[in-house]
Design a binder for this molecule. Structure first.
Ligand code: THU
Length: 162
């Protein structure tokens, strides 16, 4: 038996320390967050994706009274990017959160299902996707790849036929 340490590095910053492009993407995520339909959770999330061709795709969480029918902001944006620009690489996804009902002091990390979807697009395009997480205090976490947020992901290669 062997215990191994796996190190991951994240960048922690204040929004003011980011370059204009990243700040703009966060601004887009905030605008999208304000369009969220989240009457049941009261938790608004916005996601903004910068593609390699310069296009920006936005999404917000969309809820439904049949709760499992809703979808997270990240997947709304990711699936739209996948549907509209299937062959264009995703450079960066910025995610912003807010709530009138909850105090959010920490960085909010995407749920496992959203990370799995991000991870598969990263694998598909064979190029890292940067993930920027932004909270109401303007604290930011940057992961240089989805792999950093989801080590030991379920890989499509596991389902390859002989
Ligand atoms: N939500 C997201 O949009 N992204 C996440 O990564 C976590 C959760 C949404 C889903 C639901 O509408 C609300 O936040 C509360 O879970």
């Amino acid at each position: 038996m062997e215990k191994k340490k796996i190190e991951t590095y994240f960048t922690f910053a204040d929004i003011s320390e980011l370059n204009i492009e990243d700040q703009q993407l966060i601004a887009n995520a905030i605008s999208s967050m304000n369009l969220a339909y989240a009457p049941y959770s009261g938790f608004n999330v916005g996601a903004s994706i910068l593609l390699a061709n310069g296009e920006v795709v936005n999404g917000s969480n969309q809820e439904n009274i049949a709760y499992p029918s809703g979808l997270c902001a990240e997947r709304v944006a990711l699936f739209y990017a996948g549907a509209r620009f299937p062959d264009i690489c995703i450079n960066t996804i910025a995610v912003s959160v807010s709530s009138k009902d909850f105090q959010i002091d920490d960085i909010v990390s995407p749920c496992g299902a959203c990370r799995q979807v991000m991870a598969e697009y990263e694998e598909k395009q064979d190029k890292d996707i940067r993930v920027i997480l932004h909270n109401p205090n303007n604290n930011v976490l940057i992961a240089d790849s989805v792999e950093d947020l989801l080590p030991f992901k379920f890989k499509s290669s596991l389902l390859k036929k002989y």
